[in-house]
Write a protein that binds this ligand. Structure first.
Ligand SMILES: [Zn+2]
Length: 182
């Protein structure tokens, strides 16, 4: 069993639930008294394998700015992880191609690390800083083999029934350079 302490309740131990390869473990604290009303959810990814560059890349690509900027394409709704990934790919195509070349992607076949793991980890860190908000929800379309997946929004949190899924977007993996399956 994996557990962690709530970042906003130092004495509240929460059990982790395995979400999927990209998001890793998810944790939800249902105690009252969070900075924003309601439950607080966070994720913890597996460490990148040895030799995989992480920190420098986040800074070099300005992801603390670019990922929230990509979410602005869908203001006022929760978007499924894949929708955000596609929005980032559309807004920063050269950077996205570089990440896919460096890390791989599920659309290109099995890979130890992927651009999606990298972005999900970065988003998780941004959520802890309050720049984005996170909930776990259903995975759809080409991500549906993950039973649950992260959903993202800019603060303040929209109502949970305001959601835009990968399926709603009618997206394929055409936004992944070099993809063969869609
Ligand atoms: Zn808490």
């Amino acid at each position: 069993m994996v557990f962690a302490y709530c970042p906003q309740h130092a004495d509240e131990q929460v059990d982790g639930v395995w979400a999927n390869d990209e998001d890793g473990w998810s944790f939800t604290c249902d105690r009252s008294g969070h900075v924003l009303p309601g439950n607080y959810t966070w994720t913890k990814q597996l460490e990148p394998p040895a030799g995989v560059a992480y920190t420098g890349v986040v800074e070099e690509l300005g992801l603390a700015v670019e990922l929230p900027a990509a979410l602005k394409r869908h203001t006022g709704v929760w978007v499924e992880y894949g929708v955000l990934e596609a929005a980032y790919a559309a807004s920063r195509p050269a950077d996205w191609e570089r990440l896919v070349t460096m890390y791989g992607h599920r659309a290109l076949g099995p890979s130890t690390y992927t651009a999606s793991k990298f972005l999900a980890r970065t988003l998780s860190n941004l959520a802890r800083q309050g720049a984005v908000v996170l909930r776990m929800g259903p995975a759809t379309g080409l991500w549906a083999n993950n039973s649950t997946i992260s959903w993202w929004s800019l603060p303040p949190e929209p109502e949970w029934d305001l959601r835009h899924s990968f399926d709603d977007s009618k997206l394929t993996f055409e936004y992944v350079p070099g993809q063969t399956a869609s």
